[in-house]
Design a protein around this ligand. Structure first.
Ligand code: 2F8
Ligand code: CA
Length: 146
């Protein structure tokens, strides 16, 4: 089985990057719904290899001309249920985060959803932002075995 056209493959999982060409940006919850429409979910960046893979693709898309915090992509990580307890959308707790320096900072006590950004250091790219902020997003879809 192969990835849908336009999706990127790493270890039997396909990744979709909300296209930069379109103006569309969505809240974290709406982004998640968009992923689910295709049978996918927001990406769970739970290994250094996935983190490096995603960082490389985001860098290839080029820096946004606007300030960095507008050029993020939602990932499937939030601390909505319990402040400071970061969980992936499959319910597992975050073990290793790839946060940018000073993050997560829960600015104005209003930041419960995580996004990744094109940054210099590929291992320090995450920020927590308000879940109703609008950003691009990354979906992941596991391919069937065999
Ligand atoms: O300086 C870090 C800070 O930058 C922005 O706020 C000015 C981010 N806000 C949004 O992404 C909405 C903060 O999350 C970030 O911590
Ligand atoms: Ca933040």
């Amino acid at each position: 089985e192969r990835c849908p056209v336009g999706w990127e493959l790493l270890h039997s999982t396909c990744y979709f990057f909300a296209p930069i060409e379109t103006a569309e940006k969505l809240s974290w919850h709406r982004s998640r719904e968009e992923c689910k429409k295709t049978g996918a979910d927001l990406a769970m960046v739970d290994s250094q290899e996935k983190q490096e893979f995603i960082s490389r693709i985001l860098k290839g898309k080029g820096p946004s001309s606007r300030s960095w915090h507008l050029s993020g992509y939602w990932i499937g990580l939030s601390d909505i249920k319990s402040e400071g307890v970061w969980k992936w959308v499959n319910g597992t707790e975050l073990t290793k985060g790839f946060w940018f320096d000073g993050e997560p900072n829960d600015q104005y006590s209003a930041e419960d959803c995580a996004a990744t950004y094109p940054k210099e250091n590929p291992l320090k790219t995450w920020n927590d932002a308000p879940c109703d902020f609008i950003l691009k997003w990354i979906c992941e879809l596991k391919l069937q075995e065999s």
